[in-house]
Design a protein around this ligand. Structure first.
Ligand SMILES: [Zn+2]
Length: 522
């Protein structure tokens, strides 16, 4: 989520949740020594009382001996008991949303198993998905319809965890969720088992993949599962499953056709769908959408537009694009959010390129450039938990490096083991990758675009009736720049020394808007 293009860019400012919770930020010393291996969340969900009760089990590895273990959990959740390696331990919950577990003797380094029993009314989402939490909604027939969104707040809004983007559970997560009979729980990964009891049904979902903590969520509704088989670009069979409200089940098959079209295009640019051992999943939600791994949240109400003469759902495509950018390729902290959000949005533009061709893509990018208000640097340094993102930088990067370098490098970023799954990425990783691939030092361009609020600054100076110089003011260059004169448009390598241009009339710099720029005429 966190989008989109023009109107939705505002949403990035809203990382703080209803409860003023934030994930990420400075990693606590006590948590830096923990390597989370697995979460298992077992909960009874009561839609009437809007209440949850159960336990969370955490398997982790302690890198050093520690007198205290610290987890994150929203303080409104009430912990009743904590066990460490099977033994009851004392604990304290603090108003700043920490659960501190103190051992009778220090906890030894190595494998640790924590179990926390707790209950409470989880935080209610004020403006899902941007200000998240639980959303206790109902479908038009009055059936409970529950969604969780916590990208900004983090999963601590409903279960104890190490709430930091730098540590995903290496062995995945299990969700064992009980709901009143008749409702269905949809979750990440595979459905292992459904257990029926007198008045409740329990759904056991399990993913073996690493997963962002804000994707460890479930959805509840009067769902019907609509499926479509899919074979990936690498030949793996993986089901497409859509958990759609029963009342909208008729819309399911067509939505999956659209999803397949999106998937083919995304695989073409970014490589195979990342979670082939599990599923391609979508759950219908009462909020607009979120990129929950193997079960993206979809709430765009089947509002399609035409793209290349075919039905297209921009929200579905965008959230699904996050399976590559955000879920498979994940920034080490929110400071690097532009990687997942910016490239995912660039993937939206590539869909336009695929369906309607390069001119339509260019037009879209030009419109984007005109609307961007570049008021804050995108990367604000490590350990910063808000930022602004956009796709225009990728468009510039494509122009600067050329398609023969750009597209393979982009695919490498989406597929290389250094950048994917449990290897988290930073802005420097991306800069080094593209610099190496293009054999150009791109750091100045990355710094200008991502670490400053400046635009590329061009100066055009008239020397005589028909002679001009064009130079870069705030970069050394050379940068490839299109120059238009009455004789036509050609690409020149412009530097801070300036190049000479002959033209009857002022030459136009970058007429096709490959750069966010400022041009001064002198
Ligand atoms: Zn997004």
């Amino acid at each position: 989520m966190r989008f989109l293009l023009l109107t939705f860019l505002l949403s990035v400012a809203v990382l703080a949740g209803a409860q003023n919770l934030r994930s990420g930020g400075r990693l606590k010393t006590e948590q830096a020594i923990m390597d989370i291996r697995h979460y298992s969340v077992t909960l009874d969900v009561d839609p009437v009382k809007e209440f949850i009760a159960g336990s969370t089990e955490i398997r982790l590895v302690l890198v050093t001996r520690a007198p205290e273990l610290i987890l994150d959990l929203w303080h409104e959740m009430t912990v009743s008991q904590v066990w460490v390696n099977g033994a009851k331990e004392s604990f304290v919950q603090t108003p700043d949303d920490l659960l501190k577990i103190r051992g009778v003797i220090p906890f030894e380094k190595g494998k640790v198993h924590i179990k926390v029993a707790y209950s409470g009314k989880p935080g209610v989402a004020e403006r899902p998905p941007w200000v998240g939490g639980f959303q206790w909604s109902k479908d038009s027939k009055g059936n409970p319809w529950i969604a969780i969104s916590c990208q900004g707040e983090g999963a601590k809004i409903y279960f104890p965890c190490k709430d930091h983007p730098s540590d995903e559970p290496d062995e995945g997560a299990d969700l064992i969720i009980s709901v009143p009979t008749g409702l269905t729980v949809a979750g990440p990964g595979l459905l292992k088992k459904v257990t029926h009891e007198k008045t409740t049904d329990t759904f056991h979902w399990s993913t073996a993949y690493t997963i962002n903590n804000y994707c460890i969520v479930f959805n509840v509704g009067k769902y019907q599962k609509v499926s479509r088989p899919y074979t990936t670009v690498a030949g793996h069979s993986v089901p497409m499953d859509f958990y759609v409200l029963e009342e909208h089940a008729g819309q399911g098959p067509h939505l999956l056709e659209l999803l397949e079209r999106s998937c083919r295009v995304l695989e073409n640019y970014f490589g195979e769908y990342p979670w082939v051992k599990e599923k391609i999943g979508v759950a219908e939600t009462p909020h607009l959408g979120m990129e929950h791994q193997t079960l993206i949240a979809y709430g765009n109400k089947f509002n399609y537009v035409k793209l290349g003469g075919q039905d297209f759902d921009w929200l579905l495509h965008h959230e699904f694009g996050h399976e590559w950018w955000g879920n498979k390729v994940t920034g080490k902290d929110w400071a690097h959010m532009w990687i997942q959000e910016g490239i995912c949005s660039f993937g939206d533009a590539l869909m336009t390129r695929e369906m309607e061709g390069e001119p339509a893509y260019l037009k879209r990018m030009q419109q984007t450039a005109l609307h961007i208000a570049n008021t804050k640097p995108i990367v604000q340094g490590e350990e910063v938990d808000t930022d602004e993102t956009y796709q225009g930088f990728m468009h510039t990067l494509r122009f600067v490096t050329g398609d023969n370098v750009f597209f393979p490098a982009l695919k490498q970023l989406a597929t290389g083991s250094h950048y994917t799954y449990d290897s988290l990425v930073t802005t420097d990783d991306v800069e080094r990758l593209f610099s190496k691939a293009s054999k150009k030092p791109l750091k100045p361009l990355f710094d200008l675009y991502l670490r400053s609020t400046q635009k590329v600054d061009f100066n055009v100076k008239q020397l005589s009736d028909t002679t001009y110089t064009i130079k870069l003011v705030n970069l050394d260059g050379p940068l490839p720049v299109q120059i238009s004169t009455p004789l036509g448009t050609r690409t020149e390598q412009v530097t801070n020394k300036g190049i000479s241009v002959t033209s009857h009339g002022w030459p136009l710099v970058d007429p096709n808007v490959y750069y966010f720029k400022k041009v001064t005429l002198e």
